[in-house]
Design a protein around this ligand. Sequence first.
Ligand code: ACO
Length: 323
Amino acid sequence: MRRAIVRGTGHYLPERVIENSWFEDKLDTSDEWIRTRTGIERRHFAAEGQRTSDLGILAARAALDKAGIAADQIDAVIVATSTPDLTFPSVATMVQAGLGMRGGFAYDLQAVCAGFVYALANADAMIRAGLAERVLVIGAETFSRIMDWTDRGTCVLFGDGAGAVVLEAAEGDGTSADCGILATDLNSDGQYRDLLYVDGGVASTGTAGHLRMQGNLVFRHAVEKLADTAHRALDKAGLTPEDVSWLVPHQANLRIIEATAKRMHLPMAKVVLTVADHGNTSAASIPLALSVADAEGRFKPGDVLVAEAIGGGLAWGSVVLRW
Ligand code: ACO
């Protein structure tokens, strides 16, 4: 039975680091409020002229290097992003060109903060179906471009960055003891559109728009829906929360992450946390967390990882994989 196994991870964070204190003379906010309400201490912002594809290319190169796989061995590139360089072509084809690839196929996938989980599920399905042997899955965002800098309820939360994972087909025996992606669980419910959206677009205002969020309502949905999807994915994999070695959550807010871990009866020692240093990087947050923890050597062969995320849509989901 074909499985998609992780061959390598990589990431890129822009050089410009913005501490919470940066906002203090611009808005009625404080380092203390941001830290205690969100767990965020700093975030990275892309330099002027630096585009989402630039971040994605650098993360992709790092993941390919780690995997020891050349770009021309990749069959498909999927970029999860809500902040593309242009309306089209896709960021993925720009990454493809940036890596010097002349073959394969590339496309973007948009599920906001759940984008990377959706992209992993897509790549897994393609590998299982025999459509691809090796897939480069990237989450890349420049949310600093869609912030309303007068809205203290949103602009302090987000950062820019990119993470990438190289997946490769491998034969398994179809049991939960296999390595690679074991199960995925995707959900969306469009009736919650107004909780989290960008108020612009080519077919509405003709502008890029700014992010709008009813944070406390998104918070409540997140706490309830993230643990549910993680439990469902574990169930599909024939596993229970007791089998989980690492929770790799979307890094939006430390309090959401703690509440999800509690609902799954997981100690915080089993949770990968990067929210303090990265802020919310939307679709890039999970591959960034995966790559940072991988670089620190935290994952051991056989470890069970659960990645989960929720974002605009609402769209949410999870992936269970064995390292
Ligand atoms: N500094 C100081 N005060 C603030 C700030 C700030 N930066 N932001 C909001 N406040 C104030 C509010 O105005 C409000 O004041 P009031 O009581 O006088 O009206 C007070 O703090 C409480 O506001 P809440 O919104 O209730 O605060 P809450 O504890 O819910 O925290 C937060 C807000 C951090 C946004 C939280 O709701 C959250 O993290 N929500 C989820 C965000 C998320 O996960 N988004 C999903 C992913 S993003 C994506 O998909 C693109």
